[in-house]
Design a protein around this ligand. Structure first.
Ligand SMILES: [Zn+2]
Ligand SMILES: [Zn+2]
Ligand SMILES: [Zn+2]
Length: 700
């Protein structure tokens, strides 16, 4: 059983008992699942990308699987997205409406067949099928719909394809016309699109792939991996404008494999089909009504998708794969905790990039990516998915965790779910981030650096550049942070980083008024808006923030890299991109009593902005932030005798900062921990909330 198990199987536990029974067994049977009504915290497999054997099988000869887009076997195929309830039998999946043909039934019953007892077995004569619709819903008849569809894409049409966890919108990745149309219709100015490429040879036409990236790209999770563009980059610049990297994935279903046989282009643009910030579309009729005004053709099938699931996104930094979005392929794999807890905790996460987590015994289930729950459709999806998964796992939560920010919809939702306030735990945003890292490593004591956008802090200010001393798995003390800076206009300062810059520099450098008025075209209300900003600064009418994200944004606008945030993190991400191949001019961090003075850094950049290249200033400013944070963390680790420093929060995706931190910390002989399984951004918040809640309860 240990040596010859199926490639994806694993044992949680093997118990060998001597029963004292001499009885000989001469056969082996798989018996029908009992209808257990208490399968608590059961294991469910994620969707697995098509395996090598299935690819070979669909390409050779004339068999029932020849070019069959739904081919799958015990080693591969959809699982989570089709499962309605446990136990995992065909009748409980969306394959229940397809009756097995005789051939499939024979394979199902044959112990020597690789599809022996494979619940989702189907073939071209009994399984689901693909067909094309135009945007009026009329079927386009064709002998070979996938071949025709490939042609429609290469002709410059915008199309939609129904896949595993939802629809993709697809179009050519080399032809800018349809991409421009798509950007206008989706109201998506700069946010990068991902592409799907046939194989590594095709990827060579536009991106560089390291060995680690190669391994992740071809893993059975088949996530989107952010790769650096190469000098031969041949795709449209509109795919990922102004960035040095591009999200790439490989084909992961039979359909993708067949489609790419007919595509000559090195990649196709593939993005989740939804309306701005709404959940991914899974239903054929919804697809037609929501997308029909700009999508020309639809490749749909007749199998229902039970659970929505977007593609996962990952980035490799320091040879470590870091999940930006943990979804298809990873969900619902469990994260195991060191400790066991006998009650169930439901943690609801934050506001954007929301996931929820269910913790029970020593297992934490983190949901698929839900998204921004300010959008009503997404909030409904959120609530539905919580219910679906609690039903699936047969669990009823006793404790509830949310963020400290009472304006978050997730925080409000808790009060709809329980009336017993003593079972509600509101966890500080950045405490949750670092707790998720502690959970991953099973570490109880740690110096934690959390760099992020903004989260409600214990002192009422917006935190986001924090250094914590974490002890005994649940005691978290703030021991250092970035300097508090004015957040002029609250959320407006997030969308327009020049507001942040003004708040920092107005009282601290010469001729700032001249500088800011020269940028008046970046303010929707022009000079009038600037006048009001200055008035706010003078009258001190603002809240304060220690956010690292906002500092990176301010630097990005000061250096003229990005003046407007059209998607989450854009100014900071563009700054990271602009710093590629930059040299470090060694800006020394100014620190007093564990507070990093960001004003001094911005002042230096302002005064020297014409002396060095943008590339060097972009790179050096990020190094300076990383070095300053590392300095505080290293000193604290030594002072408190703690041997590990961890890094979490949305800024952990920043190349320069993550690399500089690691180098400096490891040079000082201290272990540096970063995420491997849980997203360091807000997709990981719920896991940290659940974990910290457990630790707080068990220590009470
Ligand atoms: Zn297979
Ligand atoms: Zn069949
Ligand atoms: Zn956060």
């Amino acid at each position: 059983m240990k040596k010859e198990k199926p490639s994806l199987a694993y044992y949680q536990n093997i118990v060998i008992k001597d029963t004292g029974d001499e009885k000989k067994y001469d056969d082996f049977k798989i018996i029908s699942s009992r209808n257990l009504n208490k399968i608590t915290g059961s294991l469910i497999s994620p969707d697995i990308s098509i395996c090598k054997n299935c690819i070979i099988e669909m390409k050779i000869g004339k068999n029932r699987y020849n070019n069959y887009p739904f081919i799958s076997c015990t080693d591969c195929g959809p699982k989570f997205t089709l499962l309605k309830r446990l136990p995992y039998d065909r009748i409980n999946t969306t394959m229940n409406k397809f009756a097995m043909c005789n051939n499939c039934e024979q394979e199902y019953k044959d112990p020597n067949n690789k599809r022996f007892h494979y619940e989702l077995i189907s073939c071209s004569s009994c399984g689901p099928y693909y067909y094309i619709l135009d945007n009026k819903g009329n079927t386009i008849k064709s002998e070979d719909p996938i071949l025709l569809f490939a042609k429609l894409i290469e002709e410059g049409n915008i199309v939609a394809i129904k896949g595993l966890g939802g629809f993709h919108i697809a179009t050519s990745a080399i032809n800018s016309d349809p991409i421009e149309r798509l950007r206008i219709r989706k109201n998506r100015q700069n946010k990068p699109f991902a592409v799907m490429s046939k194989d590594f040879t095709s990827i060579k036409n536009f991106a560089i792939v390291s060995n680690v990236e190669k391994k992740v790209l071809s893993s059975h999770m088949k996530p989107i991996v952010l790769l650096n563009k190469n000098d031969d980059y041949c795709l449209s610049p509109l795919v990922s404008p102004k960035l040095h990297n591009i999200g790439v994935m490989l084909p992961y279903t039979g359909l993708h494999v067949i489609l790419f046989q007919f595509v000559d282009e090195p990649a196709l643009l593939m993005t989740s089909a939804n309306n701005r910030n709404s959940p991914i579309i899974t239903d054929n009729t919804d697809a037609l009504t929501s997308l029909g005004s700009y999508v020309n053709y639809f490749l749909v099938h007749d199998r229902e998708i039970f659970s929505k699931c977007d593609d996962s996104i990952l980035k490799v930094i320091n040879d470590n794969p870091l999940l930006l979005r943990r979804s298809r392929g990873y969900v619902p794999s469990l994260i195991y905790t060191k400790k066991r807890f006998n009650d169930c905790i439901l943690a609801l996460g934050g506001q954007e990039n929301v996931t929820f987590s269910i913790l029970y015994e020593n297992k934490c289930f983190i949901s698929q990516h839900i998204g921004n729950i300010e959008i009503p459709e997404t909030f409904i999806f959120f609530k539905d998915t919580i219910k679906k998964n609690l039903d699936l796992l047969n669990l009823t939560p006793k404790y509830f965790a949310s963020d400290l920010n009472t304006s978050y919809d997730t925080t409000k939702l808790v009060y709809e779910l329980t009336t017993d306030e003593s079972n509600i735990f509101q966890i500080q945003h950045h405490h949750s981030h670092i707790a998720s890292l502690m959970m991953e490593y099973g570490v109880d004591d740690l110096i934690g650096i959390v760099c992020d956008g903004m989260g409600y802090g214990l002192d009422g200010n917006a935190w986001g550049g924090e250094i914590f001393k974490c002890e005994n798995s649940h005691e978290i003390d703030r021991i250092g942070h970035l300097k508090e800076q004015p957040l002029i206009g609250g959320d407006l300062a997030t969308n327009n980083p020049l507001r942040m810059l003004a708040g920092i520099l107005y009282n601290n450098v010469n001729n700032f008024e001249k500088f800011i008025y020269a940028h008046n075209f970046h303010f929707p209300q022009g000079d009038k808006e600037i006048e009001f900003i200055i008035h706010q600064i003078k009258s001190k009418k603002y809240i304060k923030s220690t956010s690292t994200g906002r500092i990176l944004d301010a630097i990005s606008s000061l250096l003229g890299i990005c003046y407007q945030r059209t998607y989450e993190g854009e100014p900071a991400i563009s700054l990271d991109s602009a710093s590629i191949n930059g040299d470090d001019i060694s800006i020394s961090p100014q620190i007093e009593k564990n507070v990093f003075d960001t004003t001094e850094l911005l002042k230096y950049l302002y005064e020297n902005r014409n002396k060095y290249s943008i590339k060097d200033l972009a790179y050096s400013s990020q190094c300076c932030i990383a070095n300053g944070l590392a300095e505080i963390a290293i000193e604290s680790a030594t002072k408190y005798g703690i041997k590990k420093i961890g890094f979490s929060g949305g800024v952990a995706y920043n190349n320069t900062i993550a690399k500089t931190l690691k180098k400096k910390i490891e040079t000082n002989g201290i272990k540096f921990l970063t995420h491997k399984k849980i997203p360091s951004g807000d997709g990981g918040l719920s896991a940290g909330q659940a974990y910290l809640t457990m630790n707080k309860i068990t220590k009470m």
